[in-house]
Design a protein around this ligand. Structure first.
Ligand code: DGL
Length: 266
C-alpha cells in the first residue's frame, strides 16, 4: 500500500456508540492510523429491525460512506449488522476489505469447563441463521443458550453519556444467561453486542455467580491490523479522527463522550 493510501482512515461502524469498544482496542494496536467512527444513530437500535429492511438499509448507507470517506478498510463493529450483512457487503463492494464482528462462540466453546455457555446479544443477532451456524460448527459439544436482550444496548448508550445505569435492569437482562444443570453452571457469557463491554462491571456486580465474559474487541482489532500494510511516514499535520452520526444530531453529552475517545464530531 502506498503512503497515501496508508493514510486513508479505518472506518469503524456501528449503530451507536458500541463500536467504540472496538475503536479503543484498535487505537492501542494501531496508534499511527487515522480512524473515522460512524454511528448510524438515526437507525438505532439495529436489534429491533426486520432483516430484509436492515440489510437494504446498511448496503445503501455503505455505498455513500465508502464514496465519502474513502477508507482503507471497514470494520463492522456490530454483531447485529455483521451477522446479517457481512457477506452481502463483501459481494457488493468486492475491492474493499471488511472485518466483521460475530459472536465469539468458537473461543467460548474452547474455553468452557462446564460445557454451559451463554451468548448475550440483541434480539436480531440471536435470530440470525449466521449465529445458529456458528453454534453447529464450533459448539456442538456444548449447551449454548442464546439470550436476546431488548434493553442492554440502550442502557449502554445512556450509561456512556450520563454515567448512570439502572442496575436492576442489568440484573434482569442478564439473569437468563445463568443456567444450572446436573451440578454444572454456566461459566462463560459471550458479549455478542459491542455495546455490552461498557456495562461489564455492572454485569459482574449483578451476576448470580462469577463467569468469564468474552469481549472480542481485541481480536477484531488484531484482524483489522493483519489486513493492513504498515503505515508509512505520518505527517504531523494529519487530520483528526472524526465521528459521523447519521442523525446529524450531536448533543452536548455525545460530543463530550466522543471527545473522550479522541474524536471530533462532523
Ligand atoms: N452494537 C450492536 C451489536 O454489536 C447492536 C446495538 C443495536 O441494537 O443497534 O450488535
Amino acid at each position: 500500500m502506498s503512503d497515501r493510501s496508508s493514510q486513508r482512515p479505518i472506518l469503524m461502524f456501528d449503530s451507536g456508540v458500541g463500536g467504540l469498544t472496538v475503536l479503543r482496542e484498535a487505537r492501542v494496536l494501531m496508534p499511527d492510523r487515522r480512524f473515522v467512527y460512524v454511528a448510524d444513530d438515526a437507525a438505532f437500535p439495529y436489534g429491533a429491525w426486520e432483516e430484509p429492511a436492515l440489510k437494504e438499509h446498511i448496503l445503501t448507507l455503505f455505498g455513500k460512506l465508502l464514496d465519502r470517506l474513502q477508507p482503507a478498510i471497514s470494520v463492522i463493529a456490530c454483531n447485529t449488522a455483521s451477522t446479517l450483512v457481512i457477506d452481502a457487503l463483501r459481494d457488493k463492494f468486492p475491492g474493499h476489505p471488511f472485518v466483521g464482528t460475530v459472536p465469539a462462540i468458537k473461543p467460548a466453546a474452547e474455553r468452557t469447563r462446564s460445557g454451559l455457555v451463554s451468548v448475550l446479544a440483541t434480539p436480531g443477532t440471536v435470530k440470525r441463521q449466521y449465529t445458529r451456524d456458528l453454534i453447529s460448527k464450533w459448539a456442538q459439544k456444548c449447551h449454548v443458550r442464546l439470550v436476546g436482550s431488548d434493553r442492554l444496548a440502550g442502557l449502554a448508550e445512556i450509561y456512556m453519556r450520563q454515567g448512570f445505569v439502572d442496575e436492576e435492569a442489568v440484573r434482569a437482562e442478564i439473569a437468563p444467561c445463568f443456567l444450572e444443570r446436573e451440578g454444572n453452571r454456566t461459566d462463560i457469557v459471550v458479549l455478542a453486542c459491542t455495546h455490552y463491554p461498557f456495562l461489564v462491571n455492572r454485569m459482574r456486580k449483578t451476576a448470580p455467580w462469577p463467569v468469564d465474559w468474552i469481549d472480542p474487541a481485541e481480536a477484531i482489532a488484531r484482524r483489522a491490523m493483519s489486513l493492513l500494510e504498515p503505515v508509512g511516514e505520518t505527517s504531523s499535520e494529519s487530520e483528526p479522527d472524526l465521528a459521523v452520526f447519521t442523525s446529524g444530531k450531536v448533543d452536548f453529552a455525545t460530543r463530550r463522550l466522543i471527545q473522550g475517545f479522541g474524536l471530533s464530531a462532523r
